[in-house]
Design a binder for this molecule. Structure first.
Ligand code: SF4
Length: 350
């Protein structure tokens, strides 16, 4: 029974074969690889295989698939020219963002991707959390954003991180399918270890990810070890007992045979005190961690503030005593209009 055309950008070669077979069309795995290489690896707007394409295959592609990309509404470079924030519009009008981020190596970039339109996690410091969740992005929409950013980059895009709008594990299947397409030899050709999925700490999905032995990097947001504060800052994820999250992280570290990276959004006057360092000391008794410190980026005039230099130095000094690897990551788009989710929020308000 014929089904609606599928967008090629969200498919693996086996998916394309199955889709065309379901429409009564023939397509070999080799042909499917050639088609997807054209539109994803090469970024071409023509899916026709280069060598001796069968006429029937070309006709079937035109009838049963599409390869449209999302419309680009805006490109906003940061003041230092290191990153560019993109705003996309889907065919149903939904808005989503992606960011090209410069890496330490010159001319090397990674792409920060959104997984949802809005987000249901309500993190207290996040503009996207205040939008609420509209829907999940389909794999083809996320891949489309990646391809546009990649194709416009003035150098090599070697990685992708799911740290944009949305909670990736709240849209687990679509995000894992996207990661597969991005790392496929007929797809984005990004090394699996250069794809990072970040979660606010959804325990059942962390356990599923561990069970499935997914090969991508994982970052778990912690941000506070004090239960009441964690529940306030991360209202949805904070409903789960910290002990359960710790158990899930431990399982993951054991299976991945690596320290788990935890993200800590540093908020001035909120989560930089001795109580948090003490909480981390207790956790570290049980867990091999790596801590990724991220400055809060709350664009509201009365919102959370960043830690001042002295407060930050004191926090870093106390953390260093714990002997755990620390990474300081600056959030991209420091100016108000390009804080996380702000482009979409501004446009959604019209
Ligand atoms: S920080 Fe991430 S998980 Fe939390 S509300 Fe914002 S987008 Fe959602």
């Amino acid at each position: 029974m014929p089904t609606a055309p599928l967008n090629l950008l969200g498919l693996l070669p086996a998916d394309l074969v199955a889709h065309l077979e379901a429409q009564g069309e023939r397509c070999s795995l080799t042909e499917a690889r050639q088609v997807l290489s054209r539109v994803i690896s090469e970024g071409s707007s023509d899916p026709t295989p280069r060598r001796e394409p069968r006429k029937a295959l070309v006709a079937a592609l035109r009838q049963h698939t599409t390869w449209d990309r999302l419309e680009v509404l805006q490109r906003v470079p940061d003041q230092e020219g290191k990153s560019v924030r993109y705003l996309f519009r889907s065919p149903d009008g939904a808005l989503s963002e992606a960011v090209r981020i410069g890496l330490h190596k010159p001319d090397h970039f990674t792409v920060c991707l959104s997984s949802q339109v809005g987000c249901a996690m309500q993190c207290a410091f996040c503009a996207t959390g205040r939008l609420g969740l509209s829907r999940n992005l389909a794999p083809w929409e996320i891949v489309s954003a990646f391809l546009t950013v990649r194709d416009e980059a003035p150098g090599r895009v070697s990685g992708a991180v799911f740290m944009g709008q949305g909670e990736p594990f709240h849209s687990y299947e679509a995000v894992i399918q996207t990661a597969r397409v991005l790392s496929d030899p007929a797809g984005g050709r990004i090394a699996k270890e250069n794809i990072t999925i970040s979660t606010v700490g959804l325990v059942p999905q962390i356990r599923r990810y561990t069970r499935e032995r997914q090969p991508y990097k994982l970052i778990v947001s912690l941000t506070s070890t004090v239960a009441a504060r964690r529940a306030e800052l991360l209202p949805v994820a904070g409903r789960t007992e910290l002990s359960e999250l710790v158990a899930a992280i431990r399982e993951y570290s054991e299976v991945a045979q690596d320290r788990t990276t935890v993200a800590w959004v540093v908020i001035g006057g909120v989560n930089t005190g001795e109580d948090e360092v003490e909480g981390l000391r207790t956790l570290l008794g049980e867990l091999p961690l790596r801590i990724n410190l991220i400055d809060v980026n709350d664009a509201r005039p009365d919102g959370f503030r960043r830690a001042g230099p002295e407060e930050l130095r004191g926090f870093l000094d106390r953390l260093q005593v714990l002997g755990v690897p620390l990474v300081r990551r600056y959030s991209v788009g420091q100016d108000q209009s390009s804080a996380c989710g702000m482009l979409a929020a501004v446009h959604a308000r019209g």
